[in-house]
Design a protein around this ligand. Sequence first.
Ligand code: SN0
Length: 323
Amino acid sequence: MKHFLSIHDVQDLGNLISSGIIAKRNPFADQLLGKNKTIGLLFFNSSLRTRLSTQKAAQNLGLNVLMMNVGQDSWGLELEEGEPGNPIVMNGDKAEHVKEAAAVIGRYCDIIAIRSFAELQDRDKDYAEQVFQQFKKYAGVPIVNLESATRHPLQSLADCITMEEFRTKPRPKVVLTWLPHFKPLPQAVANSFCEWMNHMDVELVVTHPEGYNLAPEFVGNAQVIYDQKKALEGADFVYGKNWSSYEHYGQVLALNESWIMDEAKMALTDNGKFMHCLPVRRNMKVADEVLDGPRSLVIDQAANRVWSAQAVLKEILIGQQEE
Ligand code: SN0
């Protein structure tokens, strides 16, 4: 593996999931793999699980870790290239161009991992993933996605590991359900979850109010049902997430409070487990009774973030050895 921006960078998904499960059983088996190498973790946005689990995974592999809150601590980065005859004049609030910043960080680090959320203003701009494309172009080292505008693949891999651990059927029914939130959130987690589930042997159903359809390239072969209760019938896994509209980009169309996940809805499933990437707004998106009950896998999922990151970093380090 060179870069890890999406599932398209994964050669063998089954192997990657197994590698995470093996790392969980024996976390320090590869502690010499990253020795004397450095990973840089760059955060344009807040983080709890991603920051700590990636740092822990890196340390388990013997990597040194540099960390920076790019959004707050460093210079504002200019991402635009300009065109021949029409260069970018940096007379605004951005003091440094990504050309230099990425190249410099690439000299300090053997791997660069980045979190940069969707801004939810301009769909084409968000979906072009400019931060990641520019770092890929100018850093000269592998780039890892810690949640981009359109995807959160380390989360999706942790979700696959968790489902592998808790599934009771060869081909489980997996329901991705939209949950209410007053604030516009990115589509990244939902997009990514669909994208990965399309590569797994599951029956995938997506349910949300009308107006919240995800981009078709992520929905893939999933069945879309606008009736949440109907969608939940017989589910083995219920994956909750809020996202803002893709069609009416970045908007919260209506609060739809009735879409909250509670025990009455979980009772429609086939003894289904509840999953959420966290952070979760209690009693806005999900009722306490679900989060605190025996069906909730949210802590197991978060714990598996370490093994998902470790499996990916291990593959990248092995790729570097082979170069
Ligand atoms: C992010 C998202 O993509 O939805 C990160 C999830 C891993 N979530 C939020 O920004 C939640 C913020 C909030 O105020 O609830």
